[in-house]
Ligand binder design. Structure first.
Ligand code: NFS
Ligand code: SF4
Length: 670
């Protein structure tokens, strides 16, 4: 079959990316974009119908009704593959959470050089949720107890992991009845591997039930703990001004790009880069200073807390190096392409691995240890500065966009409260009145199989026109940032009339950047608080909300999708389905695809679907939101009811007591 080479415009909608892809071509350098064109995905594996779980295989099931050597059916193999992917995703997020807990423990005991407990208020709030005594105690004592409690969740063998207690009551009861509350984070991941070994669990529905439990160990376990601790150690995000895209690299400075996921390293590199000793060292090398920027979720972590610019999202990691202006790319864990090392060989860039868990052949390994964090961070920066003199010709795209990230659930709660009190009431009211039709979370990766950033931003723009408030995380948030969608009032004219009123009244962008992928738990918290606020049902599945991952590629994304479904959310993924079934001409088997959609919806009220066409994603999103509105007996969405005059009306209503305000806003609707 002839290879299909795409044009630069077909590969990405982002001008900085296009410019660097042209440069890569002229230098004869391959990237993930060209490799994706060179290699068609294996259709059998893509549909989840290849099994490599034992040495009798690999078994490739290519015909309807065919089975593996052991007799495993297509349904079983698809379910097993999905369970394993979700287990890997859950493991990645949760192991990140574990390391954060160890860091918290070290900080509490004065053993972590350079770190402090930056948000004591959040520490106290979180500790109080678990009945850890907080009165008359030093923050370190509280932090030590919280760290112990969180560390224990990973190895716990029986009972329930404790953060689950933060879900809506009704949801917890449902999970209890279904037997899917994680007993311990590690236990569920291990059991997922056990159950999918040759000759174990072979009932697809039973396997997929454990996929839910394993994913919940991520969303209401490892990830939630990671977010809590990151906020406690580095500060709970609040809006700051930031920038995104490759144009944040600077010609006259030492450029250090931090890439990966764990904020423990990147936060310390931020601190070290501002140290007078390091600045002097850079100046002695002939540079103006050290310019830090981030890629992937590390970018999100330091962007939303420190305003450190994001050089780009997942598919731009190679392109940053192709500028020729990066002295060092410092990586820790997850989403780091092995191609970086070979690519960097064409330039002077040093790839520095830092995690005891991640080495890449040919990279420089400078192992990070939170006990000597500041010393190691400075050594890493000196290595980069020493490399400045080796820089060759550079070409930095003059493309960057401002953005305002940092909408933690705490901040959203605070900002919505406006003049009367910190609360989710105004958001619930706006949804109930129909000013906001519903909420969509648009999250997840880039994938070189689809046009870079296109699906994220197309779906975002179209839903905004339909008065859907958008929250974003991960590489999707960076995609929107680069397109100027995360800016205060700019672009509000392209937003539906009701949503425009709300954004103007509260003073928020219509797309809220909520952090890294681990921070998708912030979205779970927002949904829970909306439920608790009242008026939108008594569980998450009743809220008019949808989750989308239009350009997903990682196993972590599948875990996020599954825990959102288990929490009651309708989740739509773009691209290929790992359980494609019917859509593939080879087989009529769609039992697994059907089960994770209709089957899961019957149990959890949420469902997981894979949809290629973005207009179909939008159609299904709006249909779901409208269905949920109708079930809540909310007025039908009608954009003509709101408009320019609404602004002053909102202001008037704000002064009325709650009951009167609601009566005025919804009229006869109960
Ligand atoms: Ni999320 Fe973050 Fe990006 Fe995908 Fe990778 S960086 S954890 S996995 S690619 S969104
Ligand atoms: Fe084949 Fe069964 Fe072994 Fe899988 S577990 S490789 S289907 S024999």
């Amino acid at each position: 079959m002839a290879k299909k080479m795409r044009t630069t415009e077909q590969r990405s909608i982002d001008p900085a990316t296009q410019e660097m892809l042209i440069r890569a071509d002229s230098l004869g350098i391959g990237t993930a974009f060209t490799r994706a064109d060179d290699m068609a995905p294996c259709p059998i594996g893509a549909d989840g119908m290849c099994c490599k779980h034992c040495g009798m295989g690999p078994c490739r099931l290519t015909k309807d009704g065919s089975v593996g050597i052991c007799g495993a059916t297509i349904d079983t193999i698809q379910a097993r593959n999905l369970v394993r992917a979700i287990a890997a995703g859950s493991a990645a997020h949760s192991d990140h959470g574990r390391d954060m807990a160890f860091t918290l423990k070290a900080v509490a005991n004065g053993e972590a050089e350079g770190y402090s407990l930056r948000d004591v208020a959040k520490l106290r709030t979180v500790a109080a949720k678990y009945d850890i005594p907080i009165e008359d105690r030093a923050p370190e004592e509280i932090a030590n107890d919280l760290a112990d409690l969180y560390i224990a969740q990973f190895g716990q063998q029986k009972g329930k992991i404790i953060p689950v207690s933060r879900a809506p009551q009704k949801r917890q009861k449902l999970w209890e009845e279904q037997g899917v509350i994680p007993r311990g984070v590690d236990r569920e991941v291990v059991e997922a591997l056990h159950r999918t070994h040759i000759g174990d669990d072979q009932d697809p529905e039973h396997l997929l039930q454990h996929a839910i439990r394993t994913a919940l160990a991520d969303g209401w376990g490892g990830s939630l703990m990671a977010t809590d601790i990151s906020d406690i150690l580095f500060g709970t995000p609040a809006p700051v001004l930031g920038q995104a895209n490759l144009g944040v690299l600077q010609a006259d400075m030492v450029n250090v790009v931090v890439h990966g996921h764990e904020p423990t390293l990147s936060e310390m590199i931020v601190a070290a880069s501002q140290d007078p000793e390091i600045i002097a060292y850079a100046q002695a090398a002939g540079a103006k200073g050290v310019n830090l920027s981030g890629i992937c979720c590390t970018a999100n972590e330091i962007l939303m807390r420190q305003g450190i610019p994001a050089a780009g999202n997942f598919l731009q990691q190679e392109l940053a190096i192709i500028t020729g202006a990066v002295e060092a790319m410092v990586v820790d864990v997850q989403c780091i392409m092995q191609a970086l090392v070979g690519l960097a060989g064409n330039f002077h860039t040093k790839i520095i691995t830092t995690s005891p868990k991640v080495k890449i052949k040919g990279a420089l390994h400078m192992q990070f240890d939170e006990h000597q964090a500041m010393t190691i961070a400075k050594n890493i920066l000196k290595e980069a500065i020493d490399n400045f003199k080796n820089r060759g010709e550079i070409s930095i795209p003059d493309v960057r966009e401002d953005l305002i990230p940092g909408f933690s659930h705490e901040y959203i709660n605070y900002m919505l409260g406006g003049s009367y009190r910190a609360s989710f009431r105004p958001l619930n009211d706006a949804i109930m009145s129909g000013r906001i039709r519903g909420v969509a979370a648009i999250v997840g990766c880039n994938n070189p199989r689809s046009q870079h950033d296109y699906l994220h931003t197309y779906v975002t723009r179209e839903l905004l026109k339909q008065d859907v408030l958008i929250v974003e995380t991960g590489c999707g948030a960076i995609a929107s940032a680069k397109q100027g969608l995360l800016l205060g009032e700019a672009g509000l004219d392209k937003v539906g009339p009701g949503l425009q009123e709300i954004c103007e009244t509260i003073g928020i962008p219509p797309v809220l950047h909520m952090g890294s992928c681990v921070d998708n738990t912030r979205i779970l918290t927002v949904l829970t608080q909306m439920v608790e606020e009242g008026g939108l049902g008594d569980d998450i599945d009743q809220v008019p909300a949808v989750g989308l991952a239009p350009e997903w590629m990682s196993e972590k994304a599948l875990s996020i999708g599954a825990y959102c479904v288990a929490s009651g959310v309708y989740v739509i993924f773009g691209g290929t389905s790992p359980v494609r079934g019917m859509a593939n001409k080879v087989t009529d088997s769609d039992a697994v695809a059907h089960y994770i959609s209709a089957g899961w919806e019957e149990i959890y009220g949420g469902k997981l679907e894979f949809v290629v066409d973005p207009d179909e994603m939008i159609r299904r999103t709006l249909a779901h939101i409208d269905k949920k509105r109708a079930a809540l007996k909310l007025p039908e969405y009608d954009p003509t009811r709101f408009g320019a005059s609404g602004d002053s009306r909102m202001m008037e209503l704000e002064d009325l007591p709650l009951a009167e305000r609601q009566a005025a806003m919804y009229g006869a609707a109960s």
